[in-house]
Design a protein around this ligand. Structure first.
Ligand SMILES: [Zn+2]
Length: 481
């Protein structure tokens, strides 16, 4: 199995330390709803985790929650709620999104505020070893003591220094030194420490948590490409300096960014699509197929056309996987081995999910083709579901939000009044029954040649997302996609 390592800048043989793969992926800062950029990253690492298990490894997967940070403090102040409440709201919202996307929860999901003692221990250790220094209640990391600083982002300390300067209020020895422990400002949440009240810097929490839950060396550390510098570069510096063990990480994996209209999807550019918005319009499988149809290290371009095509693909897979097995008329069966081989070969080559997805679509096409010719396709269907499961596909229909009954009751009331009917529509009926009633009224109106009112009902239902057809068996309605 070959895996591209950001540190080596090439594909390398995947060599974990043992049967249990130790995997760490940076989590979110819960101050707002997660967007498609998050969906991409966590879907990819979910698939990597599932595929490693399919290959026979056990996997221990740890992901953090940065529940103390400038953005959280700022947002909580604006909303006049506590930092704890704000972090709680968006941590739950994030978990809900991950669950909706069929992403398995981490084995350990610690919050930064739960590992303060471990963080203080590491900061103290770094000071003892000459890598950390205190300055006005804060503690900084001394980058010039790490000769290979910059090895992950492939930059030299001198070139980094050229573009940076010391911010006012920071008493640092070097502009590239970064904060391990931040002295708290008045009114900010703080924890006691040997350097006075303060809170941890962002980078140190990942070093503390990975060490606590996975040990000195991780097999896989993942995250978005935007985390390579400074976050992951600093994690390496902290962890290797503290433990004295190299490498901190055997395989560094970074995913590309989601693009919208030619730019990175990001909060600051205001071109975000949240996971909740995407799930209103597309099924989970469509979103996963969209993400997995390009290579994880490449940028992923979002457009409604691409998502619509992914939805069609998801529908094809879903129908084929769930169709009842046709009788075996020829005694022949579809050999699934070639599809399995293609799938594994693709995934073994740096998780080439685009090729793996293509193998599933070919299997789907062949199930339908050979079944028409009388082949037995039961085993092929099971293979489709099994390999689809490795990519986290659910083969389930989109869960639709329930119809809002009030809209239809209002319309029914209006129609009844227009018709001078005295039997008031029952507002305890479900939305679906109310739609049925409206369609019956429409039929009556048509019989009475009251075309205008009948057309109004059609237009109003259309507006509410209901489309229908008059058939010899009566009127059949469905929700529009
Ligand atoms: Zn991290």
């Amino acid at each position: 199995m070959k895996v591209f390592n950001t540190l080596a800048r090439k594909k390398e043989e995947f060599l974990p330390q043992g049967d249990e793969v130790k995997m760490y992926v940076c989590g979110v800062t819960p101050y707002d709803d997660a967007h498609l950029g998050h969906a991409m990253s966590y879907i990819i690492f979910d698939v990597i985790r599932r595929y490693l298990r399919y290959r026979g490894y056990r996997v221990k997967y740890v992901q953090n929650v940065t529940d103390i940070d400038d953005k959280i403090i700022d947002r909580a102040n604006k909303r006049h709620i506590s930092i704890k409440e704000l972090a709680e709201i968006f941590t739950n919202s994030f978990k809900e999104d991950m669950n909706s996307l069929n992403i398995e929860p981490p084995d350990e999901n610690p919050r930064a505020t739960e590992v303060i003692p471990e963080i203080i221990e590491i900061v103290r250790g770094l000071i003892d070893k000459g890598y950390g220094y205190e300055s006005q209640g804060s503690v900084y990391f001394r980058v010039r003591n790490v000769p290979d600083y910059g090895k992950l982002s492939h930059r030299s300390l001198d070139s980094m220094r050229a573009g940076s300067r010391i911010q006012s209020g920071e008493e640092k020895e070097d502009p590239m030194d970064f904060v391990l422990w931040k002295a708290s400002k008045p009114g900010e949440p703080s924890w006691d420490s040997p350097w006075g009240p303060g809170r941890p810097g962002w980078h140190i929490e990942c070093s503390a948590m990975s060490l606590k839950y996975l040990g000195n060396t991780l097999d896989i550390h993942g995250g978005g490409q935007d985390l390579v510098f400074p976050h992951h570069e600093n994690e390496i510096a902290q962890s290797e300096s503290f433990t004295g063990v190299k490498p901190f990480v055997r395989h560094w994996l970074h995913n590309g960014m989601v693009q919208l209209g030619g730019e990175k999807m990001s909060k600051s550019l205001g071109n975000l699509i949240t996971i909740k918005q995407a799930l209103q319009n597309y099924s989970v499988d469509a979103i996963r197929i969209f993400v997995l149809s390009s290579h994880y290290r490449s940028p992923l371009t979002y457009s409604e056309e691409i998502l619509a095509a992914a939805e069609k693909g998801a529908e094809r897979l879903r129908q084929t996987a769930n169709n009842p097995v046709a009788g075996n008329k020829t005694g022949k069966r579809i050999d699934t081995e070639p599809y399995r081989e293609r799938f594994s070969e693709a995934m073994d080559d740096d998780f080439n999910t685009a090729q793996a997805v293509a193998a599933l679509f070919d299997l789907t096409r062949d199930i339908n083709r050979y079944e028409n010719e009388g082949f037995e396709a039961g085993e092929a269907r099971e293979t489709l579901k099994e390999l689809g499961g490795v990519l986290g596909l659910s083969f389930q229909e989109r869960e639709e939000a329930p119809l809002d009954a009030t809209k239809f009751v209002e319309l029914a009331n209006f129609t009844y009044r227009e018709l001078n009917r005295t039997d008031v529509p029952d507002d305890s009926l479900s939305a679906a029954s109310t739609v049925d009633n409206l369609l019956l009224i429409r039929q009556e109106l048509r019989k009475e040649k009251k075309w205008q009112l009948a057309d109004m009902i059609r237009a109003k239902l259309d507006e509410a997302g209901i489309t229908f057809e008059d058939t010899p068996q009566g009127t059949v309605w469905r929700r529009k996609r």
